[in-house]
Design a protein around this ligand. Sequence first.
Ligand SMILES: Cc1ncc(COP(=O)(O)O)c(C=O)c1O
Length: 365
Amino acid sequence: MNAGPAIFQLGVPAFDGLPEKLFSRARSSNLLKTGTLTSLLYPDPRGEFELRREIAGHLSLARNFHCHPEQVFVTSGYSSGLGLALRVLGLDGRKVWMEEPGFMVTRRGLELARLNVVPVPVDGDGLNVDYGLERAADAALAVLTPGQQAPLGPTLSLRRRLQMLDWAASSGAWIIEDDYLGELQLQGRPAPAMASLGDGKRVIHIGSFSKTVSPALRLGFVVAPIELTNAFSEVAATLAPAPSPVVQLATAQFMREGHYIRRVRRLKRLYVAQRDGLCEQLRMYDAEWVNAGLAVLLRLPDGAPDVRIVREAMTVGMAPSPLSVWFANPSWTLPGLLLGVATAPEQHLAESCRKLFEIIDRYRS
Ligand SMILES: Cc1ncc(COP(=O)(O)O)c(C=O)c1O
C-alpha cells in the first residue's frame, strides 16, 4: 500500500485523495461505452478528442483562454508536456530564462535538453523581466509560472506579461507557461492564463491534473500555438504519445459531469481553511511568514540550515520543503521552510507546529 503524504508536504492534494468512487464509475461506464479495451486500433497520439474538448472548454471558463481542441495535446503530466515542447522547439545550446528560485524539475529538464539556463530573479511582481532583458535578451525561451510563481507565489504583473510578449514577438523567442495550479488560487481571483493575452503565437501553455485531481493520475496537457500544432502532432506520434485512453476518457467524463469543477471549488475552500488555521498557529510563535501559493513560507534567519531542519522534521512525519534547494545561484539563496497547506489538516496543526518549532529552536544560534 502507498504511504500517504507527510504533513506540510508540497505538491500533492489534500489527504482525502482521489475521488475513487466517482472515478471508477466513470471509468467502467466509459470502457463499456467506447469499447476502449477491446479496440485493436492505436489511439490518437495527441490524446482522446473527448478529453481535449473538455480541457479546451474548461480553459475557456476557468482561465479565460480560448483555444481549439486541435491545439490541445494530452500528456503524462507537466514534465512530459515540457519534454514534448522542448523536442518540438529544438533549441539545443540556446539560452533559456528560468525563475530564480524556481522548480528544480524544470531546471534539470532544461539542462538535460542541453539548454543554457539563465537564472532570472523573482520579486513581488513575479519574474524580473528587466533583469532578463539586460542579461540575456538573446535567449530563445523563457519557462515560467506566471499564475502563481513556484515557490514564492506572486502573480506575474500585467506590465511584465506584456513586456515578455513584446520581447518574444520581436526576438522570435518562445514562452512556456507552466500553469501547474491553474485556477487553484487561494487569494483573490486567479489571473487569466498568459497564453490568453495577445495573438497567442509565442506562448506554449502547459497544465496538469496533479494538483486538482492527483499526481497519481499522471495526466496533463499542452496547448500549442496554432502554427505549431503540426509539429506537436508529429512529435506526439513518434516520440511522446498521449497516455492510456482509459484514464483520459474517465477524466473527460469526470469533467463533463461537473465533478471536476466541484472538486476544485471544494479543495479551494478546504485549503483556505487549512491555511488560515496554520497562520493562526504560527502567530503563537516568534515567526515571520508569508503566503506563497499553496504554501506558507516560513522565513528563517540568514544562514539557517533549512535542509537539516527538514531532514529532522521528516523523522517525525513532516515534510516541508527547504526554500534554499529552489535556488540555482548560491549567492542568492535564502533559507526558509515552505509549509504545504494542502497537507496540513487542522486536527494536526497545533501538534505539528509545536514539533516543528522545537526543531527550529534547536538550530537557533
Ligand atoms: C512548478 C511546478 N510545475 C509543475 C508541477 C506538476 O508537475 P506534474 O504535472 O509533472 O506532476 C509541479 C508539481 O509540484 C510544480 O511544482
